[in-house]
Write a protein that binds this ligand. Structure first.
Ligand code: CAA
Ligand code: NAD
Length: 282
């Protein structure tokens, strides 16, 4: 069955990017948030990105209107009932994701494929909140979704082979390069990236250098597009904290343990760029 209509749940940093890319790639897309102001905020962000593309000449006016026509926002989960694929990008917490998918399981027909954009949770554990673990995958996109070329397509031991290949093909239809990953905590990229980001915080706690100098070191010395603290603020410190806890719980290795400073920054509401302050002020 060809995917025609995509539901996206969550219209924050990642959900808005996923919704934009789906609509831009020709799919009818409906994105769900928990409140009307969050729907508006997410859609406004997408409109800003599309306007920038029109200004740069990479989209024309007609294409922008067509993309905008294909994309709708909603607060009602029931509006996702006729989607061929539902991609979830809500908060990185297992109970919230399981509760959401259990509801979706009773709303959507048994043919609908479910995907989670989780960074670190076990896809198998999310999928067992539904009666369709065979139609459940991880589709792990990267931030900012309209720009980053990768999607990790994650299979569990229960994922149907045809569903999996359909999702690999779907990733390519979005203009992304799909890589195949098993349902191992952090998949490929976060398994390597997260310890590096946490190490940067520990280095700062130990007085290795200023935030700016550590950032400059990795940016100018290694050619990374962003230094670790700029990237942490960009990803979100709350999300990073959840990810670190989940990975530490799984592997019990100090490399994944959230540094005390990260916990305190989250407790203080300094969540990074999205809250106006993280390691830096915005
Ligand atoms: N949404 C859409 N487009 C964006 C954007 C956004 N949020 N931010 C930047 N862009 C676009 C710009 O419009 C620009 O487009 P053009 O080339 O067409 O003009 C392009 O990206 C480059 O932007 P800038 O020139 O403004 O800035 P830059 O060169 O510094 O690039 C960046 C910005 C692409 C974000 C770059 O800094 C970068 O690659 N940073 C690292 C990002 C990264 O590592 N992401 C992975 C995070 S980890 C993750 O996602 C997994 C997880 O589970 C936590
Ligand atoms: P975010 O905080 O920016 O957005 C999450 C959004 O989900 C919020 O707007 C919230 O209102 C909404 N939400 C919560 N429960 C909901 C529900 N039941 N229905 C609809 N919306 C709901 O977080 P984010 O950075 O977009 O992360 C979302 C997911 O993507 C997480 O699982 C995260 O681990 C993963 N992820 C994040 C990044 C990143 O760089 N931030 C990268 C890849 C994957």
């Amino acid at each position: 069955m060809a995917i025609q209509k995509v539901g996206v749940v969550g219209c924050g940093l990642m959900g808005s990017g996923i919704a934009q890319v789906c609509a831009q790639s020709g799919f009818t897309t409906v994105v769900r948030e928990v409140g009307p102001e969050l729907v508006d905020k997410g859609l406004r962000g997408i409109e800003k990105n599309l306007a920038r593309s029109v200004e740069k000449g990479t989209l024309n006016e007609a294409q922008r209107s067509e993309i905008r026509r294909r994309l709708t926002g909603t607060t009602a989960l029931e509006d996702l009932k006729d989607c061929d694929l539902v991609a979830e990008a809500i908060v990185e917490q297992l109970p919230a994701k399981r509760e959401l998918f259990a509801k979706l399981d009773s709303i959507c027909p048994s043919s609908t494929i479910f995907a989670s954009n989780t960074s670190s949770l076990t896809i198998t554990e999310i999928s067992t909140s539904t009666k369709r673990p065979d139609r459940f995958v991880g589709l792990h996109f990267f931030n900012p979704v309209p720009v980053m070329k990768l999607v990790e397509v994650v299979r569990t031991i229960a994922t149907d082979e045809k569903v999996y290949e359909e999702m690999v093909a779907f990733g390519a239809k979005l203009g992304k390069t799909p890589v195949r990953a098993h349902d191992s905590t952090g998949f490929i990229v976060n398994r390597l990236l997260v310890p590096y980001l946490l190490d940067a915080i520990r280095a700062y706690e130990n007085g290795l250098g200023t935030l700016e100098d550590i950032d400059k070191g990795m940016k100018l010395g290694c050619g990374y597009p962003m230094g670790p603290f700029t990237l942490l603020d960009f990803v979100g410190l709350d999300t990073t904290y959840y990810i670190a806890n989940i990975m530490f719980e799984e592997f019990r290795e100090p490399a994944y343990a959230p540094p005390p400073l990260l916990k305190r920054m989250v407790l203080a509401g300094r969540l990074g760029k999205k809250s106006g302050q993280g390691f830096y002020k915005y």
